[in-house]
Design a protein around this ligand. Sequence first.
Ligand code: GRF
Length: 203
Amino acid sequence: MPSRLVVLVSGDGTNLQALIDAAGDAAYGAEVVAVGADREGIEGLARAERAGIATFVRKVGDYGTRADWDAALTEAVAEHRPDVVVLAGFMKLVGASFLERFEGRVVNTHPALCPSFPGTSGPADALAYGVKVTGATLFVVDAGVDTGAIIAQTTVPVEDADDVESLHARIKTAERAMLVESVGRMAREGISVENRRVRFGAR
Ligand code: GRF
């Protein structure tokens, strides 16, 4: 049986699309069974709908507290019985109930080389700092901001002529390839985590 992926998005969903495309090949070992979002009207949801994948939206503003939202998001994801939850450009921090329910099975992709430049402006922060190399990081989500155990990283050069947009576009190209390769390996081989060190092949 292929691994069941639930993917959470907040925007364009190009990382999601890369996973959907990869999962079209049965040998990939994973399928996207549902796509969730924290907002409506985004291309990420449209991509899922075009692919015939179930979608759901849970907006923070519709709940009295952040914890209530987190509980509702947890339930919505759990309904689809995920083996792995992929945060792919999901611009909210998931909370305690979510992490408890899916412990060790939630991964996030961040457009910088962790532990550098955590948060929502990784490409801009890397550019402003003047680094010559940056990239993207796939990690197992923990309670911190982009602090989880690192599954994979990929690097890209920063070019003299870069602005935030051109740099983020270059990162995203590398990021999609890393995400597809690593999530596929997680599905087929499993991972083990020991003292922050992640290895494929636990299965
Ligand atoms: C990615 O670079 C992700 O790491 C960041 O936002 C971007 C989302 O891109 N948090 P997309 O929605 O998958 O196209």
